[in-house]
Design a protein around this ligand. Structure first.
Ligand code: AMP
Length: 396
């Protein structure tokens, strides 16, 4: 059965077509610069070959139509009826969704209601869903939420200590993000090591351009670093992570900006980019650090200190940690980052095996036999989770 996994952003639409239950990727690609005045970019990978095209992409529906036409024209599938389900990644599910669900008008209304909390994402997600509804009216669709896994948190972990009515009237609380990724790599770790997820205390570190950590006990999220939005937590490629909110009003006054303009800078001009002044990319910072660039070094140090702070606090909250898992672009590929973070965790009994830490590509253990905490690298695969959930729900 063929299942399409979709991730729509404000100006992009990523897709991956799976043969299920074999979990084989048939094709994948991305439409970029949708709605831009200039030409859009469409990239599709067929049999390992990347094909790139420039074309007008005024909206997401045009991208979906083009994709479906191409799948048939390029003989990737013989007819559209082969596609049995479409799964969508949704960034914000609020309090409504603690698991994936079939798309219906109630689900769409709730996703719409939550646009305020994720203005750059939930709107485009809905456009993506409706574009597929139009193009494939008889095909069931499923929504998979970045926030669903984090609904397992207790109030003491998800509440902010603010006037209570902010929570009751406006839904101000921690929702977290990257939940699909945290849950996937934790379950993969349990599977790979033949352990019962229901007996494990795990800290997952999703370190990519966006970074978040998650404290997991018995397969349930107990705490996570991202908050109402992905801005909270550790510094990232362009996001600041935690700061004193007074900084916002201070800069508003000093620079005559609006609060939202300042928050935008905390989202897009801070983190690695803000401190280093060079780049939001971990590889560029690593190169600059090797050349002795002090601000690049500082950007990395600030982030790594905060990551270690979170892991230390989760150690207390979980009353011990059985395993730490690194995933996403930096977590999976950057052995220097893993080594430096783990060095800060030596007091918890973490010992890294240098040779093991130099491996690449597959899930692997990087801790030494003497380590008190098992440390692994587990590649994330959010699209696969979407395809699995979609297949399960349309079969139910
Ligand atoms: P993601 O958001 O998961 O795609 O991760 C993007 C981040 O991963 C960027 O900061 C990249 O610099 C970083 N990254 C990807 N590959 C490598 C690598 N081989 N070494 C270091 N960092 C990497």
């Amino acid at each position: 059965m063929k299942i399409m996994s979709i991730n729509s952003g404000s100006s992009s639409l990523k897709f991956k077509l799976f043969e299920m239950p074999e979990e084989k990727v048939i094709t994948e690609g991305v439409f970029e610069r949708i709605t831009f005045k200039e030409e859009g970019i469409y990239t599709i990978k067929i049999n390992g070959e990347k094909i790139k095209e420039f074309l007008p992409l005024p909206n997401h529906a045009v991208a979906v139509e083009r994709l479906l036409k191409d799948l048939v024209d390029r003989k990737i599938i013989s007819s559209l009826s082969e596609i049995k389900g479409v799964g969508h990644r949704i960034v914000q599910g609020g309090k409504y969704f603690d698991k994936s669900v079939l798309v219906d008008s109630w689900a769409k209304d709730r996703i719409r209601e939550l646009i305020d909390l994720a203005p750059l994402h939930n709107g485009p997600h809905l456009i993506g869903i409706e574009a597929f509804e139009k193009a494939l009216p008889n095909v069931k669709q499923v929504v998979v939420f970045d926030t669903a896994f984090h609904q397992g948190m207790e109030p003491e972990a998800f509440m902010y200590a603010v006037p209570y009515y902010w929570y009751t009237d406006y839904g101000i609380r921690k929702y977290g993000a990257h939940g699909t990724s945290h849950q996937f790599v934790a379950n993969e770790y349990a599977r790979l090591t033949n352990q019962d997820i229901n007996k494990l205390k795990i800290v997952t570190c999703h370190l990519g351009n966006g970074c978040s950590l998650c404290a997991i006990e018995n397969g349930r999220c107990k705490d996570t670093s991202m908050g109402l939005t992905p801005l909270e937590g550790v510094p990232m490629g362009t996001r600041t992570g935690n700061i004193d909110p007074t900084v916002v009003s201070y800069i508003v006054e000093k620079e005559g900006k609006t609060a939202w303009e300042v928050v935008n800078e905390l989202n897009k001009k801070s983190g690695y980019l803000g401190i280093s002044g060079i780049s939001n990319d971990a590889r560029d910072l690593e190169d600059a650090m090797a050349e002795g660039n002090e601000r690049a070094t500082l950007a990395i140090k600030i982030q790594e200190k905060r990551i270690a702070d979170y892991i230390g606090s989760y150690y207390l909250y979980l009353e011990g940690i059985d395993a730490i898992i690194f995933t996403a672009g930096i977590g999976e590929n950057a052995k220097e980052y893993r080594e430096r973070i783990c060095k800060r965790l030596e007091i918890l009994g973490v010992v890294i095996d240098d040779e093991a830490n130099s491996q690449r590509g597959y899930p692997f253990r990087i801790s030494a036999p003497s380590s008190k905490i098992d440390v692994w690298v587990v590649p994330t695969n959010e699209e696969l989770v979407i395809a699995r959930d979609t297949m399960r729900l349309i079969n139910e």
